[in-house]
Design a protein around this ligand. Structure first.
Ligand code: URP
Ligand code: ZN
Ligand code: ZN
Length: 485
């Protein structure tokens, strides 16, 4: 009798370091063994002949059922977003709990745990800090981090939710004391406001002017500033959604100086262009996200930054805004509105792995192991989920994606399995597709059919870990985070 409940037999097992033909034995939802010709007697055999067997994807930046300051919410529920994740080979997410002005963090986080109750994909949260008042900094941040939410998120732009530099410093210092990573949306708020006012006054208000209002330089400046202020506090940070080589260069320089700064990008910056927003009428709204997609040269520069390791995580930044429904999503404020009033963000939970695989591995830009590192292993390491998640090794959760590297698919919205009525990737041809997803030993997707049980998700509480420990180096030798200001 075999030692395993299931054996995934005959595939090529790919981790961040290796690609070897082997079987994977699973017992009690965790990986029990990897080896040749494992004993299958009495075990369920999952045939992986001709397939790659990779760690399930980890999407560390996706907006699921997230509230907006006006009380509306991103449209995908945790349940539907989970189906989209499994459809695309992703088995863990880190989404957001959003604080707005005047709110204490405890009730905010409790509300997001409530929302996640019917989810199926394992999850954690980044705590968004919008209003770092005294009690939030002194009491709430330590409590939230101790509960396993070991990353904070700040926006340096967007009316209503951004923090100014002084507030950002406060959040950095609070994170340092509590032992959390800070993630940053880095664009210059005032520069965007200035440019936007000029564009609106000049009557340049169509969706195609969205990228004009936030050119690379505003991202580059804010990335530099986000890093400089993090250096002042000696606090590790990750820069979210890097759109091109300009801001990536700022990160590379910081890394070369030994700072704990990491960079993330997203599929939209690898396959969409600013020109996609230049379409008749409201159509360009489908592609509007911030930072804005750039051009083909920037995309190649981004791949160089990925190969160099400057950018080491690719997440989706999934944002569930429908396109065609009146009064919600992209049309929340109507269609006859300037680009400033069109909600930002594009959906992409299910498209992430196929796009990165196709554009990266199938087109020869990266190898298989790099694909796994970018989409699973590195996010797991950076956010304190490794080695339980993000690899295939004895003791790890049996989160696997069985992948056909030769399957050609044209992306269409019905394949995305989200609640959103469009995908910005409609019509994109990809080579490489997930044929089965296994979450903690359960087959939750096979041939595009998701079979998971609502409520089967587990919260991933993240304890302290070395990677995000501050360096103990201060510009003037003075640790300001030791003082509560
Ligand atoms: O345009 C985007 N990225 N929308 C989602 C919110 C954010 O900035 O991450
Ligand atoms: Zn952002
Ligand atoms: Zn985002």
């Amino acid at each position: 009798m075999s030692d395993f409940d299931q054996v995934v037999r005959g595939g090529v097992v790919v981790t961040g370091a290796d690609a070897v033909r082997a079987d994977v034995g699973i017992w009690g939802g965790t990986v029990a063994a990897i080896g040749q010709d494992l004993d299958t007697s009495g075990a369920q055999v999952i045939d992986a002949g001709g397939l790659l067997v990779m760690p399930g994807g980890i999407d560390t930046h996706c907006h699921i059922e997230q509230l907006e300051p006006d009380g509306t919410s991103y449209e995908d529920t945790f349940e539907i977003a989970s189906a989209a994740c499994f459809a695309g080979g992703t088995t863990s997410v880190i989404t957001f709990a959003a604080q707005f002005k005047g709110q204490r963090l405890g009730p905010v986080l409790a509300e997001y745990h409530r929302r996640a109750a019917l989810g199926m994909v394992d999850y954690s949260f980044h705590q968004i800090i919008n209003d770092p008042f005294d009690a939030v900094i002194a009491e709430d941040v330590p409590e939230v981090v101790a509960s396993g939410v070991r990353s904070l998120k700040v926006f340096l732009t967007y009316d209503d939710v951004r923090v100014n530099d002084r507030q950002y410093l406060r959040v950095l210092a609070a994170a340092r004391r509590a032992g959390a990573l800070v993630t940053v949306h880095a664009e210059n708020y005032d520069a965007i406001g200035w440019l936007t006012e000029a564009l609106v006054k000049a009557g340049m208000t169509a969706p195609k002017y969205h990228p004009w209002g936030r050119p690379t330089v505003v991202e580059r400046e804010a990335t530099h500033r986000a890093i400089a202020l993090a250096e002042l506090i000696d606090q590790p940070i990750q820069i979210f959604h890097v759109s091109g080589p300009g801001p990536a260069e700022e990160i590379a320089r910081a890394q070369a100086r030994g700072l704990k700064v990491w960079g993330e990008t997203c599929p939209q910056y690898l396959v969409l262009q600013a020109a996609d927003m230049d379409r008749p009428g409201f159509e360009g709204a489908k592609f509007m996200c911030s930072p804005a997609p750039r051009g083909k040269a920037e995309t190649e520069g981004l791949w160089e930054a990925i190969r160099a390791g400057t950018i080491d995580v690719i997440s989706s930044d999934h944002s569930g805004h429908s396109f065609s429904k009146e009064g919600i999503g992209k049309r929340r404020f109507g269609t006859d509105v300037p680009f400033t009033q069109i909600p930002n963000g594009v959906p992409g939970l299910a498209a992430r792995l196929p796009i990165v695989f196709s554009e990266g591995v199938s087109k020869g830009r990266i190898d298989l192991q790099a694909f796994v590192r970018l989409t699973a292993t590195n996010p797991a390491k950076l956010f304190g989920l490794y080695p339980r998640k993000g690899t295939i090794a004895p003791g790890a959760d049996a989160d696997l994606v069985l992948w056909d590297p030769a399957k050609k698919v044209t992306i269409t919205n019905s394949l995305m399995q989200h609640a959103i009525d469009y995908t910005p990737y409609e019509g994109l041809d990809v080579t490489g597709w997930p044929v089965a997803t296994i979450a903690r030993g359960q087959v939750v997707m096979r041939d595009d059919v998701v079979t998971a049980e609502p409520g089967s998700a587990r919260f991933l509480a993240r304890g302290p870990y070395d990677m995000i420990k501050p360096r103990g180096v201060f510009p003037n030798g003075f640790d300001t985070s030791a003082i509560m200001i």
